[in-house]
Design a protein around this ligand. Structure first.
Ligand SMILES: Cc1cc2nc3c(=O)[nH]c(=O)nc-3n(C[C@H](O)[C@H](O)[C@H](O)COP(=O)(O)OP(=O)(O)OC[C@H]3O[C@@H](n4cnc5c(N)ncnc54)[C@H](O)[C@@H]3O)c2cc1C
Length: 391
């Protein structure tokens, strides 16, 4: 039964509940705001399907055709608006747009109506794509999605599923056989954050700005892609903007790593071959032009023949340049290395129940903040000098 998976290993993908033939599995939130399965032993028929599906127990591939090492490309979308509004270089939008035009269905993560949570969602049109695009840096609720995807596949529809590597593996575990009409995309994943932490961040802003949220844009590029901006627009017309130095959300995640799911510390998916047909990320580590710094650049890792096809079909939307796996891993060590979690996470979650989100973050961040500001000023000065010398 699925309860043999320890709390430290469970990835919260919710595939076990979808596969259970007698609905014996429900989910509980722990005090960090992550989902964990709970089995009703009175109903369970001990069929073992939950274990077979679980991506924490086994990595599930679509087929054995995945390449030993990905083919690597530097990619960005030709449409500047779409690129600006995406998280990296809008590789995802390019793939999904081509897929929709070929009568496919896309499955990905969208914000809940109140912008304080996220869930997986299926669409066959561009209105859906506009909601699915953009990264939501916290765990998406996937309950029921695997069942719905399998129905579409069995009805002969073409599906492009996008999620964390463990969610993609969960889907392959769930469907249990190779479907020629199933395509998948995942991304380089630092680790998945607590939905409770994100909710607390947004609720604090709502209090400060005395209004409900109208839109959230994480990694907003109004001051450049490399600035890791967070933009929140409120119904009363006010706008919050914070960056890698000033924003408590970015700092809690990128620098403190204080509310990442514990299973991410031992992620099984930081390896080659990768699970999904294509993997996306930021192509950190290259020398960027000014335009690239503003609008973002994606790395595409093509992991299978289906990944080749996805990229080829989207090539009208994208500028694509061949690069090497060494360049990709040098700039983005998260491709292969697991995140180290902050030892003060228990204190963080304990205090979060009593104090505002930003207060807890800044107090734990303490002297780190001064070091980061110094590093950031130094790097801006270096860039400035390089630009002057370049001229
Ligand atoms: C938690 C998290 C950590 C990440 N860490 C890194 C990293 O360390 N290094 C790096 O290079 N890239 C990282 N990424 C990936 C990066 O942020 C972009 O998502 C990716 O490059 C795609 O960008 P894009 O511009 O092509 O498309 P976008 O439009 O920005 O991407 C949208 C796609 O991402 C999916 N998605 C968005 N949020 C979630 C979510 N919460 N759960 C599941 N799927 C989601 C959507 O379904 C959609 O398919 C991370 C993403 C997430 C969600």
């Amino acid at each position: 039964m699925i309860d043999k998976v320890s709390k430290l290993d469970c990835v919260g993908c919710k595939a076990c509940g979808d596969i259970c033939p007698v609905n014996a599995i429900t989910y509980e939130l722990d005090k960090e705001g992550f989902w964990f399965p709970r089995i009703n032993g009175d109903i369970c028929v001990r069929c073992g399907l939950c274990e077979k599906t679980c991506p924490a127990l086994e990595c599930h591939y679509a087929s054995h055709e995945n390449y030993e090492e990905p083919k690597v490309y530097k990619v960005y979308n030709k449409d500047k608006d779409i690129r600006y509004n995406s998280t990296s270089g809008a590789l995802y939008y390019g793939l999904a747009d081509a897929f929709l035009k070929d009568s496919g269905y896309i499955v990905g993560c969208v914000y809940d109506d109140d912008w304080k949570g996220a869930h997986h969602f299926i669409s066959n049109n561009h209105d859906g794509l506009k909601k699915i695009m953009r990264t939501k840096y916290f765990q998406s609720d996937t309950e029921g999605i695997y069942k719905q995807v399998k129905k579409l596949l069995d009805n002969g529809k073409k599906v492009l599923f996008c999620g964390t590597p463990c969610q993609v593996s969960a889907l392959y575990g769930y469907v249990g056989k190779e479907y020629p009409n199933l395509y998948s995309a995942d991304f380089i994943c630092l680790g998945i954050n607590s939905p409770l932490a994100f909710r607390s961040f947004i609720e604090e802003l709502e209090k400060t700005y005395k209004s409900e949220v109208q839109e959230v844009h994480l990694k907003n590029k109004s001051r450049g892609w490399t600035n890791l901006g967070t933009m929140v627009r409120f119904k009363n017309g006010k706008v919050y903007y914070g960056n890698r130095i000033t924003d408590s959300w970015v700092n809690s995640f990128v620098s403190l790593r204080i509310h990442i799911r514990q299973s991410c510390e031992n992620c099984k998916y930081k390896t080659f071959p990768r699970i999904a047909d294509i993997s996306m990320g930021d192509f950190w580590g290259l020398n960027f032009t000014k335009e690239e710094e503003k609008y973002g650049v994606s790395v595409a890792m093509v992991n299978s023949p289906k990944g080749d096809l996805l990229l080829k079909n989207a090539s009208e939307n994208l500028i694509i340049e061949t690069r090497t796996i060494q360049e990709a891993t040098r700039g983005n060590p998260r491709i292969l290395n697991c995140v180290k979690l902050n030892p003060r996470r228990a204190e963080f979650f304990e205090r979060l129940s009593k104090e505002p989100f930003s207060q807890v973050v800044w107090s734990i961040e303490g002297s780190n903040k001064a070091k980061r500001i110094y590093a950031s000023v130094k790097s801006s000065a270096k860039k400035f000098i390089k630009n002057i010398i370049g001229k």
